[in-house]
Ligand binder design. Structure first.
Ligand code: THU
Length: 144
């Protein structure tokens, strides 16, 4: 991905930090998911007094896109920090990596983890979820 496109995606993810509903952890997470069609789907984490229904920012973004019929994705940017202050990378949890595995090619899908538009690292899904179980495994090995 181009540097300017990465920067834009990071800026969009950072804007989502304000929307995080985090009265329990106070850990704000923002996500910006770039679809193959060029559209960007945003997400924030949404917590719940019963704890288990908490939803991560990444899954909010994916589920918004999938609920609109979009299944093909290029990259996601994730940012996060206590009280919305970004001081270190906020890597996606295992459940979110598995959701990515459902819809994204682990060889090409990019995960951009950032602390600012200037300071970031880019990973492929296969690096963050080696030997992941995906739709292809239910079809005798080939990816869906
Ligand atoms: N969180 C995310 O939104 N994404 C992740 O991948 C890791 C964790 C959220 C869940 C919870 O609201 C807060 O961060 C603290 O775990």
């Amino acid at each position: 991905m181009e540097r300017t496109q990465i920067k834009e995606l990071i800026e969009t993810a950072i804007r989502q930090l304000d929307y995080a509903y985090v009265p329990y952890s106070h850990f704000h997470v923002g996500a910006a998911l770039l679809a193959e069609n060029g559209k960007v789907y945003t997400g924030c984490n949404i917590e719940n007094a019963a704890y288990t229904p908490c939803n991560c920012a990444e899954r909010t973004a994916f589920f918004k896109a999938v609920s609109e019929g979009v299944h093909d994705f290029r990259a996601i940017c994730v940012v996060g920090g206590m009280h919305g202050q970004l001081s270190e990378l906020a890597p996606p949890c295992g459940v979110c990596r598995q959701v990515m595995m459902e819809f994204c090619d682990p060889e090409t899908f990019e995960i951009i983890l950032a602390v600012s538009p200037e300071e970031y690292q880019v990973f492929r899904l296969k690096e963050l979820l080696p030997m992941g179980f995906g739709p292809g495994n239910l079809k005798g090995g080939a990816r869906a």
